[in-house]
Write a protein that binds this ligand. Structure first.
Ligand SMILES: Cc1ncc(COP(=O)(O)O)c(C=O)c1O
Length: 408
């Protein structure tokens, strides 16, 4: 079946965060929203139809987890990512961010050090801060990496610096792949992280929510597969929610191979029934993982084409803005530093002049200064409209021949 991702869907007045929060967050509603990480595509029919079928039975009483839920995860992780997971290693969690907060509550005390990359998906450090933990920021560097598609200018880790930063750190939270940069960490990088974490006695949380959206020709590596060390000191979180556009239904889960860590964590969850799903959660996961391969391939092709379009458009028409090529996901990190604008000036350009609601790079940490994050999971015509608006709004007089290269 061929899916139509060009279709324009009206999401206003559906309690959608992306559209509904414009007034509250930007003080106006006349903006094109390309911010929070969900897709403006229809959630696939094999999920919607199953939910509809369930609702046709008009008793919404207590439910049990779908009998195929664990096995659908086991098969998916093996077939897609080459990771053999056991049934008892899996627990439902009521959202990945919450799952990470529970790790901090379970394995650290107030004041303990928690390491995150800078920049990174902001709830990683906000959750640690709000739980009274001390956040250690490891600032990512820019470098040229070798990829199957050729050299790419992307985020890299300074391992000497990471060794230093991990001193006394109880938990490191890793976005694997990385949000907002879209970096897919290589097996070698993950192995080196594991060695350092082990040396410092640090537990590693690997958030793999964007893994299923790893774009060709790149390949996702589950952190827990790179070494026995990594397997033994890690908690991996995932969910079909990003890849299949179901974040409104909480479908997240955690995989913990180490029996001692697992017992502590799963007991903690069970004590407050935090491991209980709901009528729709496990059903959605099963439908996505059992029936989603074809849809996923098509949506990734569409997203890849959108990303190519954004990169080319920036190169040709937006002097001073470089779109960093993501290796996974649909979030495009726009490097606007060459515009030479202040933070307020950059927001003024995007919001007041281009009428766009993107994520302000600074929310992801100091490393996001001068960047904006654009969500490219929208029909092409919407992306075209957004970039055209930006091109019209750009200050005139900037040299259109600013030296730049893809991903810089
Ligand atoms: C890296 C990362 N982790 C977690 C989440 C959210 O997961 P959940 O809705 O399960 O808390 C997001 C959403 O954008 C994300 O980008």
């Amino acid at each position: 079946m061929e899916y139509n991702f060009d279709e324009l869907l009206n999401r206003r007045d559906t309690d959608s965060l992306k559209y509904g929060a414009l007034q509250e967050r930007w003080g106006r509603t006349d903006l094109l929203p390309l911010w929070v990480a969900d897709m403006d595509f229809r959630t696939p029919d094999f999920i919607i139809d199953a939910l509809r079928r369930r609702l046709q039975h008009e008793v919404l009483g207590y439910t049990m987890p779908h009998p195929d839920w664990r096995h659908s995860i086991i098969d998916w992780q093996w077939e897609r990512h080459g990771w053999r997971v056991q049934e008892d290693e899996i627990s439902f969690v009521p959202g990945i961010v919450r799952g990470i907060a529970f790790i901090l509550q379970c394995f650290t005390a107030p004041g303990d050090r928690v390491l995150v990359m800078n920049p990174v998906y902001h709830p990683f450090f906000l959750t640690a801060q709000h739980n009274g933990r001390t956040v250690v920021y490891h600032t990512l560097q820019w470098g040229d990496i070798d990829t199957p598609a050729g050299p790419l200018h992307q985020y890299v880790i300074d391992f000497d610096r990471l060794d230093h930063d991990l001193e006394g750190v109880k938990v490191m939270v890793l976005s694997n792949p990385h949000n907002p940069g879209g970096r897919v960490w290589s097996p070698d990088e993950l192995r080196r992280i594991a060695l350092l974490a082990e040396r410092h006695g640090t537990l590693v949380v690997s958030d793999e929510i964007h893994a299923d959206l790893t774009l060709l020709p790149y390949r996702h590596t589950p952190y827990a597969t790179v070494s026995e060390t990594a397997r033994q000191h890690s908690f991996t979180f995932s969910s079909p929610s990003k890849a299949f556009n179901t974040p409104g239904i909480v479908t997240s889960y955690c995989i913990v191979p180490n029996a001692d860590l697992r017992r502590l964590y799963f007991d903690y969850l069970a004590a407050s029934e935090l491991n209980e799903g709901n009528m729709f959660a496990q059903l959605t996961c099963v439908q996505a993982y059992r029936h989603g391969a074809d849809w996923l391939q098509q949506v990734k092709e569409y997203i890849s084409a959108n990303i190519n379009y954004v990169i080319d458009y920036c190169r040709l028409h937006l002097p001073g803005i470089v779109a960093v090529r993501p290796q996974a996901g649909y979030l495009v990190w726009l490097d606007c530093r060459a515009l030479g604008l202040s933070h307020d000036g950059l927001l003024h350009l995007f919001i007041d002049q281009a009428h766009l609601a993107l994520n302000d790079g600074e929310i992801f940490g100091t490393g996001g200064k001068g960047f904006m994050r654009l969500n490219a999971a929208a029909p092409r015509s919407v992306i075209e409209e957004a970039l055209k608006g930006l091109s019209t709004a750009l200050p005139k007089g900037l040299s259109p021949t600013l030296p730049k290269r893809e991903g810089e």
